[in-house]
Design a binder for this molecule. Structure first.
Ligand code: MN
Length: 322
């Protein structure tokens, strides 16, 4: 998915100063951002309060939207560098096309993992014939400096490991939880899991005390460490936890749990690019506008998305956090 903000502001993120070393419970609400022609998403990361959770650097929640008489998702070809994208659905299908020639339909609770590395372009859309509902999350993972120029790649994993118990059914998106590990290729210590809570669930999930975590509520009224988290909200949990209490007191609920080792490197994020300097961003923008480096996405009915104007201020990765 693309950041379709017409005037995207640069975000400086990463580094220890943005990380809570202790357990905390910070409830973050999303900023409403128009996406494509007919969708509004809630942007949870970057947020004014928090920029990253481990290497997770971008979290959008969308839906459930009734798209029965709408085209649904239509995100035209656009570029990425320096990150991985995860398309994660609870309802509806997404057709992914990229400049490697990949054409892949991603279905609910299947992993579509795109590694941009040095450069990739892709498009995403609801199939022409689609069901009533579209509901999901778009997640980005920042690549560490040692891997940010890696070869672009796309992985699709229809079957993912699950762990079940105490009323929780967990599907591993990336990394590990309670002995289960996703086949998705990651470049730094991190995890993501989709948690379905049965009505009345009362569970404690094992966590890694060196990781920081956050929980994104998808449906129902999940109670995460005694905080009721409404769908579309993100509860930042900090580091230093060995377990996470989870309950579903008022019916079934679902939550995405995201975590990882705090990301030590400072990043510059702008539009669809994750880099280290203003010059990196400028070069990627120029390459996209001149049709070089990113390749071509075939089979999407529509023109590629032009890059927005770069703001005049210089992006300083060593600058203040806020
Ligand atoms: Mn994208």
């Amino acid at each position: 998915m693309s950041n379709l903000d017409l005037k995207p502001q640069p975000s400086i993120c990463g580094g220890r100063d943005g990380v809570s070393a202790q357990p905390v419970r910070e409830l973050l609400t999303g900023k409403q951002v128009p996406l494509g022609e007919s969708t509004v998403v809630r942007r949870l990361l970057p947020n004014l309060g928090r920029r990253m959770v481990g290497a997770w650097c971008f979290v959008d929640h969308y839906g459930p939207d009734d798209i029965e008489s709408e085209p649904g998702m239509r995100v035209a070809p656009h570029p990425h560098i320096g990150l991985q994208t995860v398309s994660w659905l609870h309802d509806g299908f997404v057709e992914h096309r990229d400049s490697l020639g990949t054409v892949q339909t991603v279905r609910p609770r299947e992993l579509g993992l795109m590694t941009a590395g040095r450069a990739i372009a892709h498009a995403e859309q609801s199939p022409a014939s689609h069901g009533k509902w579209l509901h999901g999350a778009q997640l980005w993972v920042a690549l560490p400096d040692a891997h940010r120029f890696t070869d672009p790649a796309f992985e699709h994993h229809a079957e993912l490991p699950r762990v079940q118990g105490q009323g929780v059914d967990a599907t591993l998106i990336l990394g590990s939880l309670d002995g289960a590990t996703s086949p998705g290729h990651v470049f730094s210590p991190l995890m993501g899991a989709d948690l379905t809570l049965a009505a009345g669930a009362n569970a404690r999930l094992p966590l890694h005390p060196d990781f920081e975590y956050a929980a994104l509520a998808m449906t129902g009224a999940a109670v995460v460490d005694d905080v009721c988290v409404e769908p579309g909200s993100l509860l930042y949990l900090g580091c230093g936890r060995r377990e996470l209490p989870l309950r579903a007191d008022d019916g079934p609920a679902s939550v995405l749990l995201l975590g990882g080792e705090p990301f030590e490197e400072k990043l510059v994020m702008w539009w669809n690019f994750v880099a280290r300097t203003h010059e990196d961003i400028e070069a990627a923008r120029e390459a996209w506008m001149h049709g070089t480096a990113f390749g071509t996405v075939h089979g999407y009915d529509g023109a590629p998305i032009p890059a927005p104007e770069l703001p005049p201020l210089r992006l300083k990765p060593r600058g203040r956090e806020r």
